[in-house]
Ligand binder design. Structure first.
Ligand code: C2E
Ligand code: MG
Ligand code: MG
Ligand code: MG
Length: 283
């Protein structure tokens, strides 16, 4: 009977496991190929100052331009790239591309523009990460002050002592640090004091639910108040309508990012937008 069970389990589940396994292996091979053949592209999404309406920064968001599957969003391939280690070379490529692009735009007249790059924990904790950032800045000519690194709470919590040491070195370079998706993780006051972060990005799930009042509104309000008391810059993600922009502005949120202003777009489209739009309408 135990043998029957075993057979049954294998005959039913093995093909599933096998196909999932081979799917992952296929993705590993595809990722490797994509890295070598430059199939990754950075899209850029503006961050808008809620007082002046100016574009103060752009966030680099990774896309995989797959030959058969079209544009693949990061949530699909980043977890796998983290698991198989290819996020290391990929992340370095992203960092360098973003610095190069931002410096080019600064030289084209957007001299105060800054760029934000998302980081995975795997990247942050690599032994030579700080040198990697230094090299990217030196090679592209981007001033450290123009680079912002976005980290999530869970990434910072993975090893607080090591994270603190790395963040202090990055901060000494002049790079600024922000906590992405804030409010979804541990959100502890203690760690905010401990890490030299300069801004908080309010997670879009709270922004999305602002109109419904209730918990999202309470949490968003508390995050903005907390940030203010710690003198941190606040950025709201996923702003899609004027109600949200006004609500955020009234509570002192500094910047907004979302479809209300612009979607993430290829570099060329982003330049066109910056050239034709001096400022957005703000509340
Ligand atoms: P994130 O850093 O929190 O980026 C915000 C996500 O919200 C982006 O999704 C963006 O396209 C989307 N978004 C922006 N405005 C709106 C809006 O108004 N409404 C809605 N519904 N969505 C909006 P995306 O580009 O698919 O990226 C997803 C996540 O993938 C990012 O979340 C980030 O955690 C990660 N990611 C993206 N690029 C990189 C990268 O180069 N390296 C690493 N490690 N992670 C990255
Ligand atoms: Mg981000
Ligand atoms: Mg975010
Ligand atoms: Mg997010």
């Amino acid at each position: 009977n135990a043998k029957d069970d075993l057979l049954r389990r294998h005959s039913i589940f093995e093909p599933v496991i096998m196909s999932r396994h081979s799917e992952l292996l296929q993705m590993d091979r595809d990722l490797e190929w994509a890295l070598e053949h430059d199939e990754f592209e950075l899209y850029y999404q503006p961050k808008v100052d809620l007082v002046t309406g100016a574009i103060v920064s752009v966030e680099a968001l990774l896309r995989w331009n797959h030959p058969d599957q079209g544009m693949i969003p990061p949530n699909v391939f980043i977890p796998r790239a983290e698991a198989n280690g290819s996020i290391i070379p990929l992340g370095e490529q992203v960092l360098r591309k973003a610095c190069l692009q931002c410096q080019a735009w600064r030289e084209q007249g957007f001299e105060d523009l800054t760029v934000a790059v998302n980081l995975s924990a795997v990247q942050l904790y690599q032994a030579n990460f700080v040198e990697q950032v230094e090299r990217a800045l030196a090679d592209t000519g981007l001033p450290a002050e123009a680079l912002e690194l976005e980290l999530t709470e869970s990434c910072l919590m993975e090893d607080m002592d090591v994270a603190e040491r790395i963040l202090r070195s990055l901060c000494t370079l002049g790079v600024s640090l922000s906590v992405d998706d804030f409010g979804t993780g541990y959100s502890s006051l203690a760690y905010l004091r401990r890490f030299p972060v300069s801004s908080l990005k309010l997670d879009q799930r709270f922004v999305k639910e602002l109109e419904m009042g209730g918990e999202a509104e309470l949490i968003a309000g508390a995050v903005l108040a907390l940030a203010r008391s710690l003198s941190l810059i606040t950025v709201a993600e996923g702003v899609e309508n004027h109600y949200q922009a006004k609500w955020l502005h009234e509570r002192g949120c500094h910047q907004a990012q979302g479809y209300l202003y612009a979607r993430p777009m290829p570099a060329s489209a982003c330049l066109t937008l910056m050239q034709k739009r001096e400022a957005f309408d703000v509340p």
